[in-house]
Design a protein around this ligand. Sequence first.
Ligand code: PLP
Length: 460
Amino acid sequence: MGYLNNIKHLEDADKKYVWHPFTQMKGWIEEKPIIIAEGRDCFVKDAYGKWYLDGVSSIWVSIHGHRKKEIDNAIKEQLDKIAHSTILGLANIPSIKLAERLINLTDKSFAGLSPKLSKVFYSDNGSTAVEVALKMAFQYWIRKRVNGKHSFLSLKNAYHGDTIGAVSVGGIDIFHDVFRPLLFKTSKAPSPYCYRCEFGKTPLECSFACLKELKNILEKHSRKIAALIIEPVVQAAGGMIVWPEGYLKGVRELCNKYNVLLIADEVATGFGRTGRMFACEHENVIPDIMCLSKGITNGYMPLAATITTDEVYNAFLGEFKDLKTFFHGHSYTGNPLACAAAIAFIDVFEKEETLKNIQPKIALLEDRLKEIADLPNVGDVRNKGLIAGIELVKNKSTKEPYPWEEKMGWKVACKAREEGVLIRPLGNVVVIMPPLSISIENLNRLMDVIKEAIIAVTNN
Ligand SMILES: *Cc1c(COP(=O)(O)O)cnc(C)c1O
């Protein structure tokens, strides 16, 4: 048996050499890893040949599923031309074509709204897309000769990535607290997390207490705030927290009123996940800066785009000696293979009418979630489009959570694995994030397995 076919060797070598992200390695090395070897459509196959339904889209990136012929071919064709050429001081063909496509997409999504999104700045992952947005917003005010806007406003339960700037605007204590001494100071506004409303109100009687608090913060501090960064409509890594209708619109109005830029981090929500191309569309809101990554290449290549307006871009224009340049870039910025994959991804999205085709799946998901909501240890179910979270609780009437060290979300995921379904929880929240191309039949299977796994685990 050849080296690569020796699965036992691979398992040992993984434990010996690989440090996995967001993973307590002590636990990891005591268990048998699942090593993925292949994928097709909504399924992935492990090294032993067992197939699993990919219920997390390989961590939220796969939209059209694995081994999509058109995207495979686009990369192969580009590979025959050139794999990488920088866009520092040069241009390359796929990055130009993709920028035009992205702006056309935003034009279509935000038709009639202003300011128009018009410029694309590339990087290679969601965190860097956010870093770029923060640095752009910060420097924008300096270029505009508005003094003192040196800080940012973000929301509790926010997740914007793992680089230091992105962590600074993060709001998930378990991940972020240890780094506090390293981070720049930000203001934190309440998360519109209705199930656990920090004002103790219910959505019908609250009259947006969270927005009022946001307004108070802006009233006091807006002179120091460059931008508000949000994950529009769904705070994803914070637990698939779905915002009440009207909140996003309120956020945009407050940013206008207090002269603060709005950064929409659509890294998780972009490209159809919420049922619209971009989540901001749900409330006819256009951001000043938008961050895209994850789905942008269908999970084929690392790529991100930070898209902004002429207003922001023009503030950086000046003579060479004026040093108004946006001094930021990465080695792989505008990578041709990644951009070629993204163009093919958008082609498929349009050709297969992905947005139209997911509507019946969203309806099915919502029906199936209603059944799950009735289970005794399910406190809340929430979804926007094909993103859903099921929050498990120890006590349904008091909403008492399971202690996080009980790993209830993980227990459900492990049970589902036995049944051939891969999901990855966020604490006590069971996450449903399938490729948008999932069939009705497979979506039903996913929901059957998740429901049975929740029943099995919570009954023990
Ligand atoms: C995943 C995510 C990021 C970070 O993206 P990476 O590619 O993992 O760096 C940023 N923002 C949001 C909303 C995300 O979901």
